[in-house]
Design a protein around this ligand. Structure first.
Ligand SMILES: NC(=O)c1ccc[n+]([C@@H]2O[C@H](COP(=O)([O-])OP(=O)(O)OC[C@H]3O[C@@H](n4cnc5c(N)ncnc54)[C@H](OP(=O)(O)O)[C@@H]3O)[C@@H](O)[C@H]2O)c1
Length: 339
């Protein structure tokens, strides 16, 4: 029987689908009419058109599959977008889980996020057992990733066999969007004015996330959550690593919170008025960028046997993929975005 995958045309999904298909698994990928299938035109992959916000389309798409990976999501760190975040990350997740339950699939692996677990300092990183502490952030992505996994886990009590994975900040090749790899492009092309004076997150190689998802499908415990984190790095450590791998000078300036908060407040106010040309500079991102958002993958390592992949290789492979696919090009002074 085929395995059903949503979100197969994004960073994580492409890596997952290619891994499953290459190991001989038949994969049925949910695509929208507008999705780019380019990276999935390989043996063992078939497509079905649908949208996770349309419950009927998901019921039809899942029919005849025995395993489900729900990867699709709306991924933006902004104070706005709550309506679409709820439709995709919350009700969309519920639609997939409900369809999986009704179809009697063997198991659903639901992709949540480190955002749905919480934050902690390096010496006391977040774990699956902690109480969620992002409730005061009031950010659509955080609230709906948390709500989405709660709805999926709620259905476990109705008989659904589901396991949740909570990846950290994902880095690696096939970041077509780009999704989280935008930060790599920003550092290499000197688009960032500097680095936050504090704060960091748990980073993870996309191939480690795929491995964690496959292990969760195979031997995860029903109804459990597993954080998938490679290395906890400050944003300064991460930016220095990207600069080193890309052969450019490290970001010179260190940005104090007050300055970032002031600029972000103005641009957030302007954003709420509808002008979002600089919408990626906003208060939600400012708060997150100075947050110690570290987490531990101890549970996945001991219970699933998940191996650790160095972030340095994920960064290097990501840069190579971006260059090979025309997202950036080398110039004398470093890198630029091709015209
Ligand atoms: N990137 C990270 O650092 C990170 C960290 C933790 C968790 N996650 C989670 O991992 C998942 C994948 O993230 P990503 O970085 O790979 O994102 P991405 O590259 O932006 O890909 C998003 C995927 O979701 C699909 N999608 C979005 N809305 C949909 C809808 N209404 N119906 C069907 N498909 C829809 C997209 O399809 P189209 O191709 O048609 O747009 C695409 O395949 C998300 O659930 C995200 O919350 C990501």
């Amino acid at each position: 029987m085929p395995t059903f995958v949503t979100g197969g045309t994004g960073l994580l999904g492409i890596n997952l689908v290619r891994s499953l298909a290459e190991s001989g698994e038949e994969v049925r990928v949910l695509v929208r009419k507008t999705s780019n299938r380019k990276w999935l035109e390989i043996p063992n992959v078939a497509f079905v058109v649908g949208d996770i916000t349309d419950a009927d389309s998901i019921r039809r798409a899942i029919d005849g599959c025995d395993k489900v990976y729900h990867v699709a999501g709306w991924v933006q760190i902004t104070p706005w977008g709550r309506k679409i975040a709820e439709a995709v990350n919350l009700r969309g997740a519920e639609n997939v889980a409900r369809a999986a339950l009704d179809a009697g699939v063997k198991r659903l692996v639901h992709v949540s996020s480190i955002a749905a677990v919480g934050h902690g300092p390096k010496d006391s990183p977040a774990t699956e057992e902690m109480t969620w502490n992002f409730d005061t952030l009031h950010a659509p992505y955080y609230d709906t990733k948390r709500g989405g996994e709660e709805r999926v886990l709620g259905m476990v009590r109705e008989g659904l066999d589901a396991v949740v994975v909570n990846p950290g900040y994902i880095i690696g090749p096939y970041d077509v969007g780009p999704s989280s790899g935008q930060s790599i492009l920003d550092v290499l092309t000197q688009r960032l004015p500097g680095c936050p004076s504090q704060g960091g997150i748990g980073f993870v190689d996309v191939r480690e996330v795929v491995e964690g998802m496959r292990l969760a499908m195979e031997k995860g415990e029903r109804g459990e959550r597993y954080l998938l984190i490679g290395e906890n790095l400050t944003y300064r450590e991460y930016a220095d690593l990207v600069a080193q791998e890309g052969g450019v000078a490290p970001l010179r300036r260190t940005l104090p919170y007050g300055l970032v908060w002031s600029v972000s407040s103005v641009l957030t106010a302007v954003g709420w008025m509808g002008y979002r040309k600089y919408g990626d500079v906003n208060l939600t991102l400012a708060k997150i960028s100075f947050c110690d958002h570290y987490a531990s993958s101890e549970k996945a390592r001991t219970q699933l046997g998940l191996a650790q992949h160095p972030i340095q290789k994920a960064v290097a492979d990501s840069i190579e993929w971006f260059e090979q696919n025309g997202y950036i090009e080398r110039v004398d002074s470093g890198w630029r975005i091709p015209e």
